[in-house]
Write a protein that binds this ligand. Structure first.
Ligand code: IMP
Ligand code: MG
Length: 335
């Protein structure tokens, strides 16, 4: 397996960051490349007692030898990107495409008020207005701004060249399938398609060069911002179940519901999933916390996983059992 694309199967916040950082340390990819929307994404990674939050860089940065790339389909906030590059000390291995779009103050202002803020519940990070300007062909590109000069590269070329040399490439999506501009709960969606095909287009990877598509589902569904959420629980019930979460970017409380098989089936179809990563199993079955072997799981937890496999007809290869990037049951060898 040389290329793997990792995307969210629900409404974002499925735990992609954690899964990506586990795979980055385990599989040692030469390249981790981000597609997706922009700094509206928030990926949280915990490792050895430290918490990291990334909004622009690939979540694979914990592996010190992985090159960190951002594809031309992504819109960049210079402040956020440069801050993360400095914070994580990855100056020598971060590259963004010449043609990444640039978010400016005017985009953030437009995104932080009116209909986008109040009715859609946008993150206010300027990604939607920037993508609108890109469609109008007025958006500035990374090659036009001085602050990014050191970090520019031809990302599609880097990705495809690595694959030719049979190096491992990990492709990171953002948000989740049902926040897709095409396939989500329009108009309560983000400003781009975020399914696997779109993430590949964002970085210049053609469909024949994708080996694996991993869809990440959390063991329950959450959603921030506006829009429908089937069987939404009251905040009180969500709290009692221990499902109360707050957003990485906006700090808003996430709405919650049980695992939704209809949504999951559709996500498997839309992304042509070959593998499923299931996160936060320990939140539903606390007795399984930090486990690293499937055989150690309690019977109800095993049944929960097997039922997902039976209904979705895709193997659950990774299972998250805690917040640390290493709290993972890796079944790829047994399945
Ligand atoms: P925008 O992408 O900032 O325009 O926000 C549009 C909708 O997508 C809002 O409901 C946001 O809360 C949601 N959204 C955007 N990015 C994320 C994410 O990374 N995780 C979860 N929800 C997101
Ligand atoms: Mg998030």
């Amino acid at each position: 397996m040389t290329s793997i694309v990792i995307v969210g199967g629900f409404y974002g916040d499925e735990g992609k960051g954690k899964i990506v950082s586990y795979l980055a340390m385990k599989d040692n990819p030469a390249i981790a490349v981000r597609g997706g929307v922009g700094p509206n994404a928030g990926h949280t990674i915990e490792h050895k007692g430290k918490t990291y939050k990334v909004r622009m860089l690939p979540s694979a940065f914990l592996n010190p030898t992985t090159r960190l790339l951002v594809g031309p389909g992504v819109v960049i906030s210079q402040d956020v990107l440069l801050k993360e590059i400095n914070e994580f000390g990855v100056q020598d291995r971060t590259f963004v495409d010449y043609q990444c779009g640039i978010i400016e103050e005017s985009h953030r202002v437009a995104d932080s008020k009116g209909r986008l803020k109040e009715s859609i519940g946008s993150t206010g990070t300027g990604t939607g207005p920037a993508n609108a300007d890109r469609a109008m062909r007025t958006l500035k590109l990374a090659k036009d701004v001085d602050s990014l000069a050191l970090y520019l590269d031809d990302i599609p070329n880097a990705v495809n060249f690595a694959l030719e040399r049979e190096e491992k490439v990990m492709v990171e999506g953002t948000q989740g399938t049902f926040l897709s501009l095409w396939h989500g709960t329009y108009p309560y969606v983000t400003s781009k398609d975020v399914t696997a095909s779109a993430i590949c287009a964002d970085i210049g990877l053609g469909p024949k060069n994708v080996d694996e598509v991993m869809v990440v589902f959390k063991s329950y569904v959450t959603r921030v911002g506006e829009g429908p959420l089937k069987n939404e629980l009251s905040q009180e019930t969500a709290g009692l179940k221990g499902w109360k979460e707050t957003g990485t970017v906006t700090g808003r409380t996430r709405r919650a519901a049980d695992f939704d098989f209809d949504l999951a089936k559709r996500a498997v179809m839309l992304n042509s999933a070959t593998q499923i990563a299931l996160t936060k199993l320990d939140v539903i079955y606390p007795e399984c916390a930090h486990m690293q072997s499937f055989s150690d799981l309690s019977s109800p937890a095993k049944y929960f996983v097997k039922n997902i496999e039976e209904q979705l007809k895709v193997p659950v290869t990774l299972i998250g059992t805690g917040a640390d990037a290493d709290d993972v049951i890796d079944r790829r060898k047994e399945l």
